[in-house]
Design a protein around this ligand. Sequence first.
Ligand code: SF4
Length: 224
Amino acid sequence: MRGKVSEVFGSIQGEGIYLGEKQIFVRFFGCNLSCRFCDTKLDSFKEYDPQELFEEIKFHHDDYHSVAFTGGEPLLQKDFLKEILYSTCCYGYKTYLETNGTLTAELEDVIEYLDIVAMDLKFPTSTGVEKHFWQEHRDFLKVASRKQVFLKGVICESTSEEDLNEALDLIKECDKSAVLVLQPNSLEDSALLSSKLRHFKQLCRKENIASCVIPQMHKIIGVR
Ligand code: SF4
């Protein structure tokens, strides 16, 4: 079995509630979505077998917090991901999955090997993709909440209050303790976006959902 991986590197986490933690990043090639703000549309990859990839992960290992499997969408290569997660877990490394939160059956198959799930909520008015994924996100969060999970939604000038309310309903229904990270779109920097973030934060507070506004810090401080 061989998997397509775009890059393996050590750096610090630039997003979400583990911001600043030192991690080994394994970036899987390919995604099932096409968000308009995507900054990881990669066109090259290297093929690995699981043992080869694990040797590369070990080569990078130092005093890292965890190994972050990211993409693209890692769950698209579920069988390969499962093999590499198994080796990583058995070796005693903490595992962290960054995912768009749409492939529930695939998550179900690997959840036992995960420590942390960083799950996206794809707001249609943010992604520019008309199809919505609220049911997929519901199903996914129910499985992810067996482990430590937090949610991340990219907020753009175009993001609607209806989408935020859908997200809050979903969190209340599936896992009230999950933190929602409101991540400003790094391609926009406007008074409208700032005021929307403040408003959305207030709506989260009103609904008793823990939330925080965290930008993509790696882009601000200029690390990979
Ligand atoms: S889900 Fe993530 S990797 Fe896939 S297109 Fe959207 S932003 Fe890019």
